[in-house]
Ligand binder design. Structure first.
Ligand code: AP5
Length: 218
């Protein structure tokens, strides 16, 4: 199973990719998680990426393509992988196609998740994340059992700096300009599947599993 999760910030790509990863035992590669870890560890990559992430703009194609190239070369990715948040530009999509061509392993499906803009802003501004294990919660929609504490690892939950309203709005504009064109790109390549992300997490997950089954992937 070689999948890409596409969609605006906050539509639920990470949430759905996590569920598919644990159900079908494929590694999830989230460029956002990798970049945030580099920022926390103050690595050269993190220092370079931080300013873009704080502004809600995209990190350079060269950097993220390099990250994904390294990850895909790991043995765990030989039998499949889920890409969450990559590609985000046509140049990244072309670089990915080239990498996969070399491996003789084309993408199986690109899942485009969509919800309304109002719902996306609600999801982003209410999200709380665990910096230790990357688990994601929402103050209203998916609250942790103990306020502010991660159910999975006991870590202290934080609000991502780019989830404040102004930066969230900038990220949505960047998405419209630079990432939304990938919907047409992958539709033309006949690998796009549309998934309405508005229902509760479990309902969206069930529809996604049915969609993958209908595509012969489960
Ligand atoms: P990244 O971390 O990838 O952020 P994003 O795409 O903006 O996606 P999000 O993580 O915000 O949202 P999501 O769709 O995964 O939603 P989630 O499942 O968490 O990127 C961050 C930054 O890194 C970028 O701005 C950029 O600077 C840089 N970057 C990363 N990749 C890059 C690339 N390829 N190129 C260049 N730069 C890159 O859900 C959101 C909330 O909603 C949660 O609280 C969740 O609990 C809740 N929720 C989810 N599903 C549902 C549901 N069905 N019902 C109710 N609530 C739900």
């Amino acid at each position: 199973m070689r999948l890409v999760f596409l969609g605006a910030p906050g539509v639920g790509k990470g949430t759905q990719a996590d569920l598919i990863a644990s159900r079908f035992h494929h590694p999830k590669i989230s460029t956002g998680d990798i970049l945030r870890e580099a920022v926390r560890n103050k690595t050269p990559l993190g220092l370079e990426a931080k300013a873009c992430m704080d502004r809600g703009t995209l990190v350079s194609d060269d950097i993220v393509v390099g990250i994904v190239r390294e990850k895909l070369a790991e043995p765990g990715c030989t039998n499949g992988f889920l890409l969450d948040g990559f590609p985000r530009t046509v140049a990244q999509a072309e670089a990915l196609a080239e990498m996969l061509k070399t491996r003789g392993q084309p993408l199986d499906r690109v899942i485009n998740i969509s919800v309304s803009r109002e719902e996306v802003v609600r999801r982003l501004t209410g999200r709380r994340s665990c910096p230790k294990c990357q688990a994601v919660f929402h103050v209203e929609l998916a609250p942790p059992q103990r306020g502010g504490i991660c159910d999975r690892c006991g870590g202290e939950l934080i609000q991502r700096s780019d989830d404040h309203k102004d930066t969230a709005e900038s990220r949505l504009s960047v998405y419209e300009e630079q990432t939304a064109p990938l919907i047409a790109y992958y539709r033309e390549a006949h690998v796009l599947s549309e998934l309405n992300g508005l229902d509760p997490v479990e309902a969206v997950h069930h529809r996604l599993v049915s969609l993958l089954a209908a595509s012969g992937l489960t």
